[in-house]
Design a protein around this ligand. Sequence first.
Ligand SMILES: Cc1cc2nc3c(=O)[nH]c(=O)nc-3n(C[C@H](O)[C@H](O)[C@H](O)COP(=O)(O)OP(=O)(O)OC[C@H]3O[C@@H](n4cnc5c(N)ncnc54)[C@H](O)[C@@H]3O)c2cc1C
Length: 551
Amino acid sequence: MTRAAPSLRETNLSKLPIQRFDVLVLGGGINGAVSAAALAARGAKVALIERGDFASVTSQQSSNLAWGGIKYLETWEFQLVRKLCRARNALIRAYPSAVQEIRFFTSVARGFRHGRLKLWLGALLYWVFGSFFTRPPRLLSNADIEREEPTVETRGLQGGFEYSDAYLHDNDARFVWGFVRAALDRGCVAANYVEALASTRSAQGWATRARDAVSGREFTIASTLLINACGPYADEVNRRDGVSTAHRHVFSKGIHVIVDPVTAHRRVLTFFADDGRMFFVIPMQQKTCIGTTDTRVERPEVEVAAEDRRFVLDNINKRLRLPRPLSEADIIAERCGVRPLVVAGSANGNRDWTQLSRKHVIETDASRGRLTVFGGKLTDCINVGEEICAEVERLGVQLPFRAHVWYGEPAEAVRDEYFHQARLMDLDALTVPRASEKLSTRLWRRYGSEALGLLEAIRRDPRQAEAIIETSEYLRCELDEAARREMVVKLEDFLRRRSKIALVVRHEDIRAAPGLREACRILFGDEADARIEEYFGGGPGAAVLGEDRIA
Ligand SMILES: Cc1cc2nc3c(=O)[nH]c(=O)nc-3n(C[C@H](O)[C@H](O)[C@H](O)COP(=O)(O)OP(=O)(O)OC[C@H]3O[C@@H](n4cnc5c(N)ncnc54)[C@H](O)[C@@H]3O)c2cc1C
């Protein structure tokens, strides 16, 4: 079988050194991806390079929530809450199948610093700040909680309240990939596993020395403007290039663990943990994701420590009525990353540490044509894309399609056409047993208008609808799609970020899955065995940043 997967990447790699770009974006997390997608759609000539895989650092370690920042009401940051609520609403509106409203079923312990009535009033205010876009909040008595969510331990509770925010159905990394793919569709030259080594400025603009991590080859990329969207590494990249900024990052580490489902309901169970912070039990496909923690750290490279794991398990065991307490053996996978939090000047962020807000700042060095994105949240990504376009125009790059809407799912007519065709061919009858949802729904959410091509592939050859890796829902035609269009370089790129198999299936079960080798042949052709060895060879060792420990 011939190896098809790298062709898109290789083609792009060959273009990077020979073309001149209006803008080069460094870093393919959410902020780099939306910058590239927005600029490409508005007509700029854009390149995007990412040192690892797209979304392989912070943007794969979030809580997968699009939220309006209810907790910032406590610190009276009303403007921020209003802004984040609007950002959340815009995402729900633009991505009706990928970003969905979900209820946060919140319990409040007796003796907590706020009473449940006050918290419920806060939730009402939150709803108002959210322009009544979601379902209204509700006050819960202990009897309501007992009746509706018997898994919640009500001893010691004063009741609770319920409110709405939203969650990313397919996970953060897949959401980011959607923006990278959209940028590629509009002519952006993007490549993963390409590291920016150093950028220098001359009268002609920026020259960025880069290295392809796969071949080791080095080359130079020319651009008029440079956007540093390196997340927690943005300060390091600026320092290396001799650029000083008015802002910088401090880091807060957060972990999540994934376990078998603790509730049958599709809702987020919300608690206040022993440290007083909000603590979530979030649905992830047919599993449950629990977290998070908030610990100040000095460096972005982090791993889950025994005390983090203990904190999460102890907190959840105290608050749920489970047949037996969750233990480390129940952990299917873990996530761990740092939030890059923006601080101004020499402020060290020590004051009200856990309250440091997650706003973003785009700092522009107009004389040198360089922008740095600091901080932020996935939730705010549309605003980041819009602000980047405004700044880039201000710096003199023409955006011929300045009114173009660069985000969102395909038009309703395309959606209707897709579901009509899916019905005609009785696609949902092919849904694999124990799937978490109907096949037609999942394909639409993951592939948008490309899903029409998948229907065509299945009509042509019904074997394309076979699930290859047992224990996962992914079909042969999806692997084919990933190989052709999703720039999968390593097996981890597919298992952890294009799909979420590595989060919901145990490492050993993936390794033992009969279809794994065949799946890898589709993804990697002759290199299948090498990619399997690369992924499983090291065993389930400790995590470094962006590489989860899989239990
Ligand atoms: C535990 C936790 C929970 C969170 N929960 C939420 C949530 O529920 N909702 C929400 O909205 N937000 C949440 N966030 C925040 C959100 O995840 C981050 O703000 C966001 O992902 C940051 O994206 P980024 O693009 O700035 O950084 P990153 O995703 O880290 O991307 C930066 C990229 O730059 C690349 N890079 C670095 N150096 C170079 C170089 N020299 N050359 C090329 N590339 C380079 C890196 O490899 C990396 O991929 C959470 C964060 C954490 C840690």
